[in-house]
Design a protein. Structure first.
Length: 278
């Protein structure tokens, strides 16, 4: 039995949806969001210029059809930004305060698949083997963050996307390196694990050096995928800097940054936002 919820949809920002909904079938056409296996959904509130995070087990699809055929027509820019969204899910799931052994398995596997296959799909969208691996990776990353949540990157990404209409995966990618540099000191061992998973850790490195080598590899991947800067995307510089306080407040209100093992304060978030303007 389905019961209509009272009030406006924005009344449920950050709350758990309490009632059953009609059965939902998900057929992903990109390898990125992992929405086919998660309890989260994002709704844009155009009046307040925010992206609302809604959640609850009733939002998990009853059936998911994962077929890489449906991703073959995704253009390179969509392929890269959605693939980096999946990578962000996996990294944040593994380095979250809420990480646990089962989510770790899916997160590590997703990171390895993405590093092996994302650039292949970007350079050749018809590479069916790489597309299949990316579809699996997006699903794995979805399972991972559905159980251990996301952290500072997603928390800071949503306000940028809402205010400047930047696609979600791209805004994640713009933030990824700077946010990971901040998070590193709170999760050195975890970032070093990720370096070992992709093969950048070398014998004799400290854990901090290993973790940094992973972040450097993320940066190189973003560069190889030609990720745009804010300026290249066409964001108005003056509006951006006028919006720093609102974006930082909205990021913290989402609750995601608080899952970061190095706890960010408002001034930290503002500093990271400032650092994006090259």
């Amino acid at each position: 039995m389905y019961i209509w919820l009272e009030g406006e949809i924005n009344d449920y920002l950050g709350k758990i949806i309490p009632n059953p909904i009609p059965p939902l079938v998900a057929i992903p056409t990109t390898a990125g969001t992992g929405s086919e296996v998660t309890q989260f959904t994002i709704i844009s509130d155009t009046k307040r210029d925010i992206k609302m995070l809604l959640k609850g087990p009733y939002l998990i699809p009853k059936l998911a059809v994962i077929d890489p055929f449906f991703t073959l027509s995704a253009p390179p820019k969509v392929t890269s930004s959605t693939g980096l969204d999946a990578l962000t899910h996996a990294i944040e799931a593994y380095t979250s305060k809420k990480a646990q052994p089962l989510s770790d398995i899916f997160a590590i596997s997703a990171v390895k698949r993405i590093f092996k296959n994302l650039l292949k799909t970007y350079n050749n969208g018809k590479d069916t083997d790489a597309r299949r691996e990316m579809s699996i990776a997006a699903l794995e990353a979805g399972i991972a963050f559905n159980n251990s949540s996301v952290t500072i990157v997603h928390g800071m990404s949503r306000p940028i996307g809402a205010l400047f209409h930047i696609p979600h995966g791209l805004s994640n990618a713009m933030l990824l390196n700077n946010c990971l540099e901040f998070a590193l000191k709170g999760a050195v061992e975890r970032f070093c694990d990720l370096a070992k998973a992709i093969g950048t850790y070398k014998e004799g490195m400290t854990e901090l050096e290993g973790g940094q080598s992973f972040i450097n590899s993320v940066g190189k991947l973003c560069s190889d995928l030609n990720i745009q800067t804010l300026e290249e995307f066409g964001v108005d510089r003056n509006k951006y800097f006028r919006s720093l306080d609102k974006m930082a407040q909205d990021a913290l209100q989402s609750g995601s940054p608080q899952n970061t093992r190095r706890n960010p304060q408002k001034e930290d978030i503002v500093k990271i936002y400032r650092s994006l303007w090259k």
